[in-house]
Design a protein around this ligand. Sequence first.
Ligand code: ATP
Ligand code: MG
Length: 476
Amino acid sequence: MLFRSPNQRCPIFRRISQFCKQLFEDTPKVEENTQTGLSLEVVPRNAHAISRRQISDNAIKVLYRLHKSGFKAYLVGGGVRDILLGLQPKDFDVVTNATPEEIKRLFRNCRLVGRRFRLAHIVFGRDVIEVATLRGHHVDSGEKISKTNESGRLLRDNVYGSIDEDAERRDFTINALYYDISDFSIHSYGGGLQDLENRTIRLIGDPQTRYREDPVRMLRAVRFATKLDMTIEAKAAEPIKNLARLLKDIPAARMYEEVLKLFFAGKALQNYEMMREFGLFEPLFPLVEALLKEYPNGETSKLMLEMMANTDERVAQDKPVTPAFFYAALLWYPLSQRADDIALESGLSSYDAYNAAMGDVMEQQCRTISIPRRFSTVTKDIWQLQLRFERNKGTKAFRFIEHPKFRAAYDLLLLRGHAEGGLVAKNAAWWKSFVEGNEDQRNVIARSANKGGRNRNTNQRRRRKPSAKSAPKPAE
Ligand code: ATP
Ligand code: MG
């Protein structure tokens, strides 16, 4: 027989012809968009590196259940982005054209959450897969489902739409990547894949408008730049300084979550430095920023740098990090300053002034970031213990180190010692030798402290208001 049907060809020929066919078919298609004007590139399954094995079993289950029930279902955002970058995604987010109510009907383990964005949480024990309905445009649509305030911030955004519209509503092009479970292709909007390759953080749409809609996007730009080692494109970086103040309007509870992501994910130091550069630190931590501005190379600045670096080191070593310690260190010098002021104004002892200042400082910080009580009470314990290090040297030290918050308080004392030097450093050195000593050494160290008397109170006022003598004379 001279001619064979394709199925009768030899296997090697069949494989080569299949490969050529794939090569031809699998060239990424670029479609100059869609209804929205945003470019779209569809990359078929064989032309990208994502495989289902890299996606969590629970996310796969959710995607398939939606798909098999006749809905569109995509893995979106960080999950796709991080896999493509060779990173382990923090979580997997899914979007679908099913409404929250339809999702709820499909999954028994589903909980609907959120007001600003209504979302479905599919709960698998401790693993939660977030499923959102594709978002549409909010202009000209019913007022009840989307709403902005006078500075352009979106207060509610529950208009549903197509995948093209949904992409336009995402923050950055690198996050507008969708993995389609129906054919395993990637839909990349606005040049997301190219930006991933060029390591560029680019906003979708006009940066000013997008930041005004949601000022948290400015923090997210910084966070992704440091996390992914990318550059914020000039057009997206330029408006941040001017708009940073808008962060003051963000609800304090949301800000608490953002702060955790910024400072507890291993990039605290870089985020801190970049936030200060962009003026994003001030609206979150006004009390700290005031001291940093007043004394650019002072103890606050030294303590911040060391605390951020230590936090990163602990995260890298998988050691626990807690907001209680973070806020105790962050707000220690604002607390000291407030205590100084109270003591000067009221004549209270330093100890009482500190206690009075703790409530004030915590209350002021909680106006921008709501710190849950379970952490703020521990923060206050850590502050309280700072006042007792001096008095508890000597034989009292044996009981003092048994205090449940001793370790955290001691860590802050060490940081303060490095930042301030002088008596605090001496005090910290004493405690260090005590903590690190064995039983016999501790006995010797404790006795020597009792004999030698104590240093002056290291919580004495460090900053006085100018005295009448040194104050500049009023102009005549
Ligand atoms: P990571 O989980 O690593 O912090 P992520 O990109 O997955 O990064 P999420 O906060 O989990 O971030 O959000 C998931 C997706 O939702 C994002 O990738 C983005 O597409 C979209 N998104 C999140 N927050 C916003 C926002 N403020 N504005 C517009 N889109 C957003
Ligand atoms: Mg995510």
